[in-house]
Design a protein around this ligand. Structure first.
Ligand SMILES: Cc1ncc(COP(=O)(O)O)c(C=O)c1O
Length: 361
């Protein structure tokens, strides 16, 4: 039996939509507004997160890059990001010529606002909080710092579609929020991403950035690229959006059961903050014997995996000798366990049994 850490879940609805795209031969659109399925997906996404606008692009990385370009972040600017994230957050910053400044995290694995304040310099221009594992970053505190120092915020919500804090969706606390629909995410289009915004000017700029800076075609006005989401991917994303609530409900059920089963163990379990509703993209424990537990689970086909065993400031390309205490502790202790909608009660019981069998002692 194999239980992957995450897996795409789709059925005949997605297949029918993809078939329709192929039959119509409407594979993409170079129009500023995007193709029919792109627009349908954007409407569903903005309605779901309660933003005025959404712009679909071809990856979460592209979403971050487009957001940085839209806010004119450039060479000489510093962008504060957590080091405990997927490397795309940092790479997007470097791609616009700016410098990532690495910030430590708190116990929920998101950016530490106190450390953020300490890392500010005259060159600070923007902050990218990451809602890691689906946990919502401390946005009240981060917004206060940003307002005080006149800094932009771009939310990296690539892992947190559907997570809310005090009823507000992750990705909508600031001017721009970025999502990913990579194959392992809560909903997927294979590859894909989107930026949400309430500001019409930013929305219009993002649409141009997605399409070589053009408005009507061959009239480039600003720097842009081909960040367009193909119609086949948009068709899948559109159908997946309609299943998102159901997926999250099942993830939440599984997370609750797993927490009940593991609650007597000497390990740190993930939990929601007061007012928070997590999408449970990743259920992540922290344990001293992380590697031993992982080996025991992997040996029976359970895809437990540490996100992330190397923080970004320690990967060879960034190789920064900065000390980030909580980040480095997390990198050596975290382990994510499968709880996606295809995980059943028997699977959860098996995961729990292996952890109880002495793997943690
Ligand atoms: C936190 C975070 N940021 C950015 C990305 C980049 O998204 P994508 O893989 O769609 O480019 C991901 C997804 O893998 C992610 O998890």
């Amino acid at each position: 039996m194999k239980i992957p850490i995450n897996t795409p879940i789709f059925g005949k609805e997605e297949i029918n939509e993809v078939r329709a795209v192929l039959l119509e031969k409407s594979l993409t659109s170079s129009e500023n507004a995007g193709g029919k399925r792109v627009q349908e997906f954007e409407k569903l996404l903005s309605k779901f997160v309660k933003s005025k606008y959404a712009v679909a692009v071809n990856s979460g990385t592209a979403a971050l890059q487009a957001a940085l370009y839209a806010l004119d972040i450039k060479k000489g600017d510093e962008v504060l990001i957590p080091s405990f994230t997927f490397v795309a957050t940092a790479n997007a910053v470097v791609s616009v010529g700016a410098t990532p400044v690495f910030v430590d995290i708190l116990e929920n694995y998101t950016m530490d606002p106190d450390d953020l304040s300490k890392k500010l310099t005259k060159k600070s221009k923007a902050i990218i909080p990451v809602h890691l594992y689906g946990n919502v970053a401390y946005m009240d505190e981060i917004l206060e710092i940003a307002n005080k120092h006149d800094l932009e915020i771009i939310e990296d919500a690539c892992q947190s579609l559907g997570s809310t804090y005090k009823g507000k969706h992750s990705g909508t606390f600031s001017r721009l929020g970025c999502f990913s629909m990579y194959a392992a995410k809560v909903i997927t289009s294979g590859e894909g991403g989107a930026i949400v915004a309430d500001d019409k000017k930013l929305f219009e700029k993002l649409r141009k950035i997605r399409n070589h800076g053009m408005l009507h075609g061959y009239d480039t006005r600003i720097l842009g690229f081909n960040l367009r989401l193909p119609e086949i991917n948009a068709a899948i994303a559109k159908v997946q959006m309609k299943k998102l609530n159901k997926f999250i409900i099942q993830r939440r059920k599984n997370a609750k059961i797993l927490t009940e089963f593991l609650s007597d163990l000497p390990i740190i379990l993930p939990r929601e903050r007061k007012g928070e509703m997590v999408n449970w993209y990743l259920y992540t424990i922290a344990a001293k014997k992380r590697d031993k537990i992982m080996r025991a689970l992997n040996s029976v086909g359970i895809g437990a995996f540490p996100y992330y065993s190397t923080p970004v400031h320690k990967v060879p390309f960034y190789n920064n000798d900065l000390k980030l205490v909580v980040t480095e502790w997390a990198a050596s202790n975290v382990l994510s366990l499968p709880i996606h909608p295809l995980v059943n009660i028997e699977n959860i019981r098996q995961i729990s049994k292996i952890l109880h069998k002495g793997a943690v002692c």
